[in-house]
Design a protein around this ligand. Sequence first.
Ligand SMILES: Cc1ncc(COP(=O)(O)O)c(C=O)c1O
Length: 411
Amino acid sequence: MMLTAPHTWGKYSPDKIFAVVAEANEARKIYGNDQVVNGAPGTFLDETETIFCLPTVEEIYRNLPMNEVVAYSPLEGTPDYLEAAISHVFREYRPEGHIKAVATPGGTGALHNIVANYSSSGETVLSSEWCWGPYKSITEDAQRKFETFSLFDGDRFNVGELEQKITKLLQGQDRLVVILNTPSHNPTGYSMTSSEWQAVLDISGRLATAGKSIILAIDVAYLDYTEDQKISRAFFPLLANLPANVLPIICFSMSKSFTMYGQRVGAMICVSRSAAVAEEFFETNQITSRASWSSVNRGASKILSVIYSNPELVKRSDKERLESLQIIKERAAIFSCEAKAVQLNMLPYRSGFFLTIPCSKPQAVCEVLKEKNIYLVPLAKGIRVSVCAIPTMKMRGIAARIKAAIDFVRE
Ligand SMILES: Cc1ncc(COP(=O)(O)O)c(C=O)c1O
């Protein structure tokens, strides 16, 4: 007998990433940490495989007055937090237009609100085929459908297929949410260029005809982990002057940018030429927050307000983050170089926490790798390698092991 309502049946599916991490931890107990590669986590682990917190963030957090930690936050977030989130996301690339923000529990909360408020039950949400798994869960949990376009055309963003899918979906519904994750896309590490952004915005403007609207959910969870953070923010001014029925909403997260993963703070930030659209965004999303989780973690949000009240603290936290970035870069460079040497095909990686090896039997390949004590996440059509988590010393030889496992499974 099922006590849960029919629309929830079949919901159970264990989280793959947490399951692989648990297996790696078990293997550590048996074989010792030195013998095990845990390439599954989605957090930056330093060279001792310890989760890293920006020292500036830790110092501010430990010195917060207790009333800031325990108090409720306003539903929309405190004004100083919202201004700090907007300043951090855009920096010197703040687009023209009406900008409004609502605090959310991480990027996940922003995506939840976008799906809840900009699509209707039974409608379809669009994202790329390679994507962060929870996009599908958030969408389907809200009783929407999830459809994808192929992310790549060669080693570039597949603008053509995105256009075809938007055209098709807008024939059957009036609003379409499109989720794009850039820069440093999870799981591939791809970053859209400004010209690819321009093409996406041109298409959106053209296809959002009268009575139709396109909501671009821009997931920037890894915004601060790119080679050049100026270049990665350079597309933001392009979001100005879009038609009022094309609404970009940036999903900001303190999880990676400020190493506050479990503290659950982020924001949704809209840019519109229409004051009415921005006001509607601000009012509507607060109510959905109220009905879902109430308000966000005030103490953690205060950290960002404190950092942005003092340019020295902004500089300091940037510098600290840059050190993690250099480590990730070095790990990824070792892997990419070795992958090339053994002719292991990789999806186009630019930067960020993960890279992906496409292959036809990912689950079987990951099982073979586990026998060598290498724990990676199998995706539908490939294997994700967390360069954010594997220490540089353990990185050498992994590409060759993956290549051998793929060849073994193919035989
Ligand atoms: C692509 C992507 N988007 C969004 C998130 C959301 O993270 P959070 O809800 O912690 O901000 C993550 C976290 O792993 C992610 O990988």
